[in-house]
Design a protein around this ligand. Structure first.
Ligand code: AGP
Length: 615
């Protein structure tokens, strides 16, 4: 939530243009206001306002910086403290207008700090927690510390999860960068330019060399160089330089109208890459699960639905129950009853979701749990708190709605499941081989849909234009698909959707059904099919508009449906188990085309941000 960016250089480069392009690449993290600041001739220049970056750029020419600017700090906001207004936009300044600060995260103790600073004569302009940091640094500088030391002391006083970048007019040769819980990466063009950002794509066109900051670390960025400090231990530290493998194309729209559409089209490749995760990485996970008496799986949002699908697939071969629990409920529900030494599978595309990070830290520290992470981001907080981590190979995902990260999460869990089957010999070798072949086919099935069915899916949304409420229903493993497909429509097309068990829907939700009420049934030909036929008939009898997602050869449910989406895959138990991967792109596309049809931007759903770093 919120994106921050900083740059300092000794080169003759167009800082304004780079800064604008970089915050545009972070806009998925928040888009209710933005701002940029630079220092020239001993003065701070700030441009900021409420609104989307393009709107503000039209008014303020965000890329036009004063001549001679050699540094920039910038921000794109997802409001927490104070509504999205010009005054609450970042950067924020101190009383003397010398310090500019951009911040992502929350300062939990800001009220207490603010009261103390006001009593010392500081005057606040905004309602944000961020402004406290600027005044706190100023306060320490008033006591005689330089900018670097004052920043260090100020950040030690702040409680919460945050990342900041700050500059000072009297110290124009460096930027201060601090991380505690919220993500922050430093990019470096040695001897020339240093960057910092909440996410890699911000500076990816300029450098592939980066350092990932850990919690309670501070970096001092100078033109083309960087030094690191530990906030707690008062000492300089060294960090490993990393090489980013992502291509810049992966972080750009590449001819598609939206990132979401591009990322859905990248699913076959992402799945193929994820299928190649080395066996020894998978084996480590599988062995821990085989040897653990108690296993939990936890995540938020889409990652939680991937976890539901994955749990179903793993238990098939493991023969042990896995408890799936949303990460925000993990500690509160398990405080008094979680066993020691359990295994916890933690799933998160960003690896930064604060509720998940807190859940795994608690499980590790208090219950001695083994943390097995599945994430898309190398070096994310989740990987640092885990005992083993598998990084999915989805590549950068910019669209706020998770798409390719979902299917690669389910795929990773399915690969682990088959590894468990091999270790435990829970099914005959020939069967295992058939499951493996079916799983290896999943990218081709998705690719077939993308090559052949786009027009048809686009057309379907016209029949649904006037509907504001939807059910997505299924049984068994497909409940995960129903929930995830429903979440996609809910979040990007702003429709009310209930993703639910088809069996359970009789116990209440069915009372909403009237003529034309759209119900999307996820109906692979698995062991739940016959009973699902009964559920389809119940909803049809009440006038529901039946839309089904079925396999190519389906006869019964498609016959009962008003609209049918066919997925070209064999009607076989080996393929059925992986329908959370092969059926979901059709639902992602349906949500995408629906949002576009009703005039919404699927990449920027209202009130959402890609990475949720607040409770
Ligand atoms: C996905 O479309 C959603 N925007 C959201 O539910 C997301 O999946 C959730 O916030 C979890 O994020 P994570 O995978 O980065 O932990």
């Amino acid at each position: 939530m919120c994106g921050i960016f900083g740059l300092i250089t000794n080169q003759e480069i167009d800082i304004g243009k780079i800064t604008l392009e970089s915050i545009k690449r972070l806009e998925y993290r928040g888009y209710d206001s933005c701002g940029v600041a630079t220092i020239t001739d001993g003065k701070l220049f700030i441009k900021k306002d409420a609104g989307k970056i393009d709107e503000i750029h039209k008014k303020l020419k965000l890329d036009s910086f004063p001549n001679g600017s050699k540094l920039a700090v910038a921000h794109t906001r997802w409001a927490t403290h104070g509504p999205p207004t010009k005054i609450n936009s970042h950067p924020h300044v101190d009383c003397s207008n010398k310090i500019a600060i951009c911040h992502n995260g929350i300062i939990d103790n800001f009220i207490e700090l603010k009261e103390d600073l006001i009593s010392k004569g500081h005057e606040f302009k905004s309602e944000t927690d961020t402004e406290v940091i600027a005044h706190l640094i100023e306060e320490f500088m008033n006591m005689g510390l330089d900018f670097k030391e004052a920043s260090k002391e100020a950040m030690k006083k702040c409680v919460g999860g945050f990342a900041i970048v700050a500059c000072h007019v009297d110290y124009p040769n460096y930027l201060i960068v601090v991380r505690k819980e919220s993500p922050l990466i430093v990019g470096i063009e040695e001897g020339k330019t240093a960057y910092c950002a909440s996410d890699i794509p911000a500076f990816l066109p300029y450098t592939r060399k980066c350092y990932v900051l850990n919690d309670n670390e501070m970096a001092v960025l100078r033109a083309g160089e960087v030094e690191f400090y530990s906030l707690q231990e008062e000492k300089k530290i060294s960090k490993e330089l990393q090489e980013i493998e992502w291509s810049i194309d992966a972080a750009e729209k590449g001819g598609y109208d939206h990132f979401m559409l591009k990322e859905i089209h990248e699913e076959p490749l992402a799945l193929r890459k994820t299928l190649k995760i080395p066996k020894d990485e998978i084996q480590k996970f599988a062995k821990i699960l085989v040897n653990s008496e108690k296993i939990y799986i936890t995540a938020a949002g889409t990652s939680f639905y991937a976890s539901l699908a994955g749990k179903f697939i793993i238990t098939r071969f493991l023969g042990k129950y896995i408890e799936a629990i949303e990460c925000s409920e993990f500690q509160i529900q398990l405080e008094d009853c979680m066993e020691n030494n359990a295994a916890v599978i933690a799933v998160s595309q960003s690896g930064e979701t604060i509720d998940l990070i807190e859940a795994v830290r608690w499980a590790k520290e208090k219950k001695n749990a083994k943390i097995l992470a599945i994430t898309n981001i190398v070096g994310s907080s989740l990987t640092r708190y885990s005992d083993e981590a598998i990084v999915t190979r989805a590549g950068p995902e910019i669209g706020v709605a998770a798409t390719k990260t979902y299917s690669t999460q389910v795929l990773t869990l399915a690969i682990i499941a088959l590894e468990i089957a091999e270790i435990l010999k829970s099914i005959p070798d020939e069967e295992l081989e058939k499951y493996r072949k079916a799983l290896a086919k999943t990218p081709d099935i998705v690719e077939h849909l993308l090559n052949n069915d786009i027009k048809k899916l686009k057309k379907i949304v016209r029949n649904l234009e006037k509907s504001h409420n939807f059910f997505f229903l299924a049984r068994g493993i497909s409940i995960a698909t129903a929930k995830e497909g429903g979440l996609k429509l809910k979040e990007i097309a702003c429709r009310f959707v209930e993703g639910y068990s088809a069996a359970h829907a009789k116990h209440g939700p069915i009372s909403l059904v009237r003529k034309g009420f759209p119900i999307i049934f996820i109906a692979p030909p698995d062991e739940t099919y016959e009973r699902l036929v009964g559920n389809v008939m119940e909803f049809k009898a009440r006038g529901g508009l039946i839309i089904s997602v079925v396999v190519e050869s389906d006869k019964i449910i498609s016959e009962l449906s008003d609209i049918t989406i066919r997925i070209d895959q064999p009607a076989s138990k080996y393929f059925n188990l992986f329908t959370p991967i092969t059926f979901i792109p059709a639902l992602q596309l349906l949500a995408y085309f629906y949002a576009v049809y009703v005039g919404l931007n699927p990449d920027q759903p209202q009130n959402l941000a890609k990475t949720v770093t607040v409770h």
